[in-house]
Design a protein around this ligand. Sequence first.
Ligand code: AQP
Length: 349
Amino acid sequence: MGPPSAARPRVLSGVQPTGALHLGNWLGAIRNWVDLQNSHDTFFCVVDLHAITVPHDPGQLAENTLTTAALYLACGIDPEASTVFVQSHVSPHSELCWLLNCVTPLNWLERMIQFKEKAVKQGDNVSAGLLDYPVLMAADILLYDADLVPVGEDQKQHLELARDIAQQRINARFGGRDAAGESTPVLKVPEPLILKEGARVMSLTDGRNKMSKSDPNEGSRITLLDPPELIRKKIKRAKTDPVMGLEFGNPERPEADNLLGLYALTSGQGRETVAEACASMGWGAFKPMLTDAVVEALRPIQERYAQWRQEEAALRSVLLQGQELAAHVAEATLERVREAMGFLPRPRG
Ligand code: AQP
C-alpha cells in the first residue's frame, strides 16, 4: 500500500532546541508556519534529536525543548489547528532514520554544505550524528507523508537529499506494482515550499552571516525573550557603516539591508514604505525607531509565552496530544517501510 493522500496538503517543519529562539527563527520560519495553519495540514515538532548532533548540556535540553514548544504557541501556532510535538517522543523518527541510513550512500552526506561548515567549527569533536543529521531530517519529513516542506536557502540541499532518498533509494528499490503494472511508491516525495522573500535575518555584528543560536557572541542576535532594555543595548551596538541613509540591496552595505529589512518586518510597514522613509535618515535616528518596532513586535509574544509557562500542565497536554496524533501517522509509515524492506512482521498478541 502506498502513502495515503490527505485532504489538505501536509506540511512539516521544526526548530532545534539548541538555545533561545531568535528573530531569524521567527521571521524566517515560525511566522510562515502560522500563515499555513488554515490552508494546510500542519505538523510542527521541536527537533530535540537534532539538537544533540553538536555537543549539548543535558541539564538544559529539556528546558530548551519546553521553551521552544511554548514559543511556537506564543508566536501563534494554534494547537487546535496544528499538531505540535517533540521529535524524541515519537520513536519512529529514530527507527526510520536507521532504515534510511542503511540505503543512503556515505558520499551523499559528505558533500552536505552544512556538515562541512559545522564540522569545521567542531574540530576533532565531530560526531557521526552530525554527518547523519540530513538522514534524520529525511526521516522526519518522510514519516508524515509531507507534501511540502518550508525551506530557506540553507535547508534546500537537505530537502533535495530527502527527495533522493525517498525516490531513488526507497521507492525505486522497494516500491511495488499495482494490478495495472503501475509503480506504487512506498514514500511520498516532498516538494519544497519556497518562503516569502526577505526573511533571512543576518547577524547584528556581521551583516554577511546569518543570525544564529550557536554564535558565541550573544550581541549578534535578538532572542524572542530578550527584555526591552537588552534589545535596546544590542541594537545600539549593532554594526553599521559610515554612509548616511538606509537602503536595500547594496552589496557593499549588508548591515543597512539587514536592519532596514528587520524594520520593515517588525513595524509591519513593508519594504517599499520603509525604504522611502529611511532613504536619507542617519543611523542615530534609525536605531531607536528599529528598537521600538522590535520591542513592540515581541511584546505580545513575550506575554503569551509567560502565560504558557505559567500553565505548564496545559503546555504538556498540548505536547501529549501532539505526540499521540504524530505517532499514529508515523507508525503507519514506518510499518509500510518495514514491510517493503522485507522485515518479519511484528508478532501480534
Ligand atoms: N537567521 C535566520 N534567518 C532566517 N531564518 C532562519 N532560520 C534559522 N536562522 C535563520 C530558520 O529557522 C528554522 C529552524 O532552524 P534550526 O534551529 O533548526 O537550525 P538553524 O537553521 O541551524 O538555526 P540556527 O539558529 O542557526 O541554529 P544553530 O545555531 O543551533 O545551528 C529553519 O527553517 C531555518 O531556516
